[in-house]
Design a protein. Structure first.
Lengths: 322, 327, 304
């Protein structure tokens, strides 16, 4: 427990939909130890991005964190003042977003935006800040860092922009980096470059990583443990190996099987998850996955699934695959 | 999954040296006069598609695959080159002949906010498509319901606006709209990339059942190699506006000849099997030199010769070609 | 709030939405009040607006003349009511005249973006946009005079001349707004899908793109109507618009010019207020319409 860097307990986040509040995150709890690489796997509507934003207290103003706690390095983030949490953001706790183009201010050069972050959080002199900026741009594998410093965001390619964004996130040596679908907007070959970069950052810097994605194979390459989210709940958590080789929750299993893979035989049956994810304001009793679940039993439609533990794993299912 | 049956190797589509240049810079007048620099988006692309096949066109953004597709459908005019559909040259078709060609070739677009007219309910979109095909027949509504059924949607969808539908539903409508024309050849441009993973499988299924029921010939454009490998029996790999490799899917995926194809395959995440083994990811971006092989700047095995002379596609084995000097 | 289909037909839905925003409701009330005033003028106005009564000139507001009398004894209140007609007529009719031109130019230019046609059309639009209303008005009146002129079976009053001039000058504003939408929709995939069904350009413009332009045109049209009210007031103020003895708010202000400093405040206040409230009401209505008509077309941000 000494190693525990982030502890999220029973987090609930709600947004207004029509005249009522609907929960995007419905009681999520998990922890990350220093040095871990934890993946959050989920599709749209699963609540994975909202969870990440809630940790940083960056959810849109219409939303509210209605319950739960987030402890980072022993400090309670949710009760912190905005001023204090601003000191943490960008320094100890950093985030990389999906779209590198909109994450940058298009009117400022990269160098200026990088220096702004460094000088906001450290008391470095301009020379030291510049040196650190160049160092960071080199660390993320950008050739000719000096040129990148002088460039505007639109002058860089997508891959380079994403690297620069990662650089800004790393500039102040964060303890935890949250990456929300950082490669979704990029080509496959560029994606591989960025994944390689993350891998290097983990091995060389010991970076603790929370990696949010909908791409299972990508997550499996990079992370050691993963949380699977569906409709605002965590349905399964475990080591990546366990999840892939022996998933307990039917959703996890079907998610793995519904994706075509290069190594597969060409005429494999593609598992199809019929139906659609529930809307954000769904209030049915019981398991929210039950309408689509092939292993559904009567209890699933009535009682909310309770968590089962199995060593390092946990899953929430009345009829798990064993 | 049934292997697509190829009807006697009958060629349905034949593309020869298809090229597209876009003018850049300048103003309206200079562009029309042709006095601006050009960007070559598609460079001398040639391939054939046989009846009954599913051919994949694979490549990353900017490689020219979507531009090529638009030219096949005459949504964009080629700068040069020939396209033969059922033996007939279609690049210059006008009027009634163009209309009759339109009936046979349709396109399914990526689900974006602009794939369906946001101001029209589904019923209107489908009725219009059916009217374009059948004229003013009295049973448009029945036909529309039937179209929805073949794509797995219920009657209640008819009265909805696109923004009231999910991405998967919108994509099915797009397929239904294309099928309203009863085409024999469908080009699907990134039909599932903007959908959730679990929904992708549903749409893939819709395509497959349509193919089996109606013997459709298909061209699938995608950046997703695994998807292309799964659905297509032949694949064309594009880079910087050119076809750099082509052949039977299994052959190309397992024995890729062109360094770019190899890099592309290597970049696909492997899941558990990819842990710990880091293949050297391809560096750089797809800017080209202007002469020589367009892949040379990024190619791990490029030689001086590669940078001077552009390679031509040559046969490596039966049905398998690649454009590389080192083969 | 979300628009629900079960709430009845589209017009009622729209009204409900407007009414549920406070500013929209205020705008709607103001505009409706002015419109009703204009329509029912013959029945509401207590006096004949052109009736001179020199014995009772320049009276402050009283029980018999709620807003007082002007320099020739005419009842200000009645003139105000009757004056709503030219103001609103000019505003609305000018927009209606500019609409076909604006739509046609905007649709064509947007649809054929990047071609010579667009270049020519937009240059023409720019030229018209550069023309100042006042100069043209003076020119027209200089050539045609301010008296009503017969044209076949019709009598062209000065008001009609202003409406036509203004309508023509409104074309650029409408065209630009339509152009923006048309240009962006013309490259949509759904237009491509329609093309490969064999649909021709004209049908595409009218059946597919035009409906998408309606909401911006409605909003812009509301704002242009406000501009028209002001333009009429301005032109009438300098004598180029409605001619005496007819009443219009601009004419009333013009008559009141001499009395600014001599204490007959009612001559200025009421027409001034009428113009201001009408323009404010139209602007508020336009704002409310803009909020309702545009973003609701698309779903809100997905919550992930």
């Amino acid at each position: 427990m000494d190693n525990r860097l982030l502890e999220v307990s029973n987090l609930r986040v709600a947004f207004p939909v029509g005249n009522a509040m609907a929960e995007a995150v419905r009681g999520v709890s998990f922890g990350i130890d220093t040095g871990d690489a934890v993946g959050v796997l989920g599709e749209s509507g699963s609540g994975k991005s909202v969870t990440a934003l809630a940790i940083l207290k960056l959810i849109p103003s219409t939303g509210r964190i209605t319950e739960g706690s987030v402890r980072f390095a022993g400090r309670d983030l949710l009760s912190m003042s905005e001023a204090n949490i601003r000191k943490l953001r960008g320094r100890d706790l950093s985030m990389v977003f999906q779209d590198p183009l909109t994450a940058f201010n298009p009117a400022l050069r990269i160098g200026r935006q990088l220096l702004n972050v460094i000088r906001a959080h450290t008391s470095s002199s301009i020379q030291n800040a510049r040196a650190r900026a160049l160092e960071v741009l080199d660390l993320v594998g950008l050739p000719d860092p000096a040129r990148v410093m002088r460039a505007y965001p639109h002058e860089l390619s997508g891959g380079m922009r994403q690297r620069a964004l990662i650089g800004i996130a790393l500039a102040c040596n964060p303890k935890l980096l949250i990456a929300d679908e950082p490669t979704t907007a990029l080509d496959v070959t560029i994606q591989a470059q960025i994944v390689e970069l993350f891998h290097k950052l983990r091995t060389e810097l010991g970076l603790t990583l929370l990696y949010i994605t909908h791409n299972l194979d990508l997550m499996a390459e990079l992370c050691d443990r993963a949380i699977v989210m569906y409709a605002g709940n965590i349905v399964e958590e475990g080591s990546v190996t366990d999840l892939f080789q022996s998933p307990r929750h039917p959703y996890t299993r079907m998610l793995i099987d519904c994706v075509p893979r290069l190594e597969d035989a060409r005429n494999r049956e593609l598992t199809v998850i019929k139906g659609m994810p529930p809307p954000i304001n769904a209030t049915n009793r019981g398991c929210l996955f039950s309408p689509r679940c092939p292993s559904v039993i009567d209890r699933c439609r009535v009682d909310d699934p309770q968590e089962d533990f199995e060593g390092e794993r946990r899953f929430a299912c009345w009829n798990p695959r064993l | 999954m049934l292997e697509p049956t190829v009807v006697n190797g009958q060629i349905l589509l034949k593309v020869q040296s298809l090229t597209k240049d876009f003018p850049i810079g300048g103003n309206v007048l200079s562009r029309i006069a042709g006095h601006t620099r050009v960007m070559r988006a598609v460079n001398e692309v040639s391939f054939t598609i046989n009846r009954g096949e599913v051919v994949g066109l694979v490549g990353e953004s900017g490689c020219g695959k979507s531009t090529s597709a638009l030219m096949l459908l005459r949504l964009l005019n080629a700068t040069s080159g020939k396209i033969h559909y059922r033996g007939k040259e279609i690049t210059e078709l006008q009027g009634a002949e163009l209309t009759s060609f339109r009936r046979q070739v349709q396109m399914v677009f990526q689900d974006s906010h602009s794939a369906l007219n946001p101001r029209k309910v589904v019923r209107r979109t489908l009725h219009e498509a059916l009217r374009a095909r059948y004229g003013r027949t009295p049973d448009l509504e029945e036909k529309a319901i039937e179209l929805l059924r073949t794509t797995g949607l219920g009657v209640e969808i008819l009265g909805r606006y696109p923004h009231e539908l999910s991405g998967g539903q919108r994509q099915r409508i797009g397929i239904a709209r294309a099928m309203a024309m009863e085409p024999e050849f469908i080009v699907a441009d990134e039909p599932v990339s903007s959908l959730d993973v679990s929904l992708q499988a549903q749409i893939i299924n819709v395509f497959q059942s349509l193919r089996e029921e109606r013997g459709l010939t298909m061209m699938l454009i995608s950046h997703d190699l695994a998807l292309v490998n799964f659905l297509c029996n032949r694949v064309l790999v594009m880079y910087a506006g050119e076809v750099v490799e082509s052949g039977i899917s299994e052959q190309v995926m397992k024995h890729a000849a062109h360094p770019y194809t190899q890099a592309l395959i290597g970049a696909v995440p492997r899941g558990l099997a990819g842990r710990g083994q880091r293949t050297q990811a391809l560096a750089g971006t797809s800017e080209t030199l202007g002469k020589g092989c367009s892949f040379a700047p990024r190619c791990p095995v490029a030689t001086q010769y590669c940078q001077e002379v552009a390679p031509k596609n040559k046969a490596i084995s039966e049905g398998h070609t690649a454009a590389c000097h080192l083969l | 709030m979300t628009l629900r289909r079960d709430m009845g037909n589209k017009q009622l839905l729209l009204l409900h939405s407007i009414a549920s925003s406070r500013t929209g409701l205020l705008g709607l009330c103001l505009v409706s009040a002015m419109a009703l005033m204009a329509v029912f003028a013959p029945w509401i106005a207590p006096y004949d607006p052109t009736q001179i009564d020199m014995l009772n000139r320049l009276q402050p507001p009283s029980l018999s003349h709620w807003m007082g009398t002007d320099l020739t004894g005419r009842d200000v209140f009645s003139r105000l009511i009757w004056g709503a007609r030219p103001s609103l007529q000019v505003g609305i009719l000018a927009v209606l005249i500019g609409l076909p031109g604006g739509f046609a130019v905007g649709l064509l230019a947007g649809f054929y973006r990047g071609t010579i046609l667009e270049a020519i059309l937009m240059r023409i639009v720019e030229i018209i946009a550069a023309v100042p209303l006042l100069i043209v008005a003076i020119a027209v009146v200089g050539v045609l005079g301010v008296k009503p002129m017969p044209l076949g079976p019709f009598m062209i009053t000065n008001e009609v001349k202003i409406i036509v001039v203004l309508g023509f000058l409104y074309i650029p504003g409408l065209a630009r707004v339509v152009f923006a939408v048309a240009a962006s929709e013309a490259t949509s995939d759904y237009i491509r899908a329609r093309r490969i069904q064999g649909v021709g350009d004209f049908t595409l413009m009218v059946s597919d793109i035009l409906p998408n332009c309606l909401s911006v045109v409605i909003v812009w049209g509301t704002l242009l109507t406000a501009g028209g009210v002001l333009a009429e007031a301005g032109l009438s103020f300098v004598g180029l618009g409605v001619q005496p003895p007819d009443a219009s708010w601009g004419v009333m202000l013009s008559d009141a010019r001499k009395f600014i400093f001599s204490g007959e405040w009612w001559l200025l206040l009421f027409p001034g207020l009428a113009i201001s409230l009408t323009v404010i009401g139209l602007n508020l209505l336009g704002d409310a319409l803009r909020d309702i008509l545009d973003p609701r077309q698309y779903t809100g941000p997905r919550l992930d």
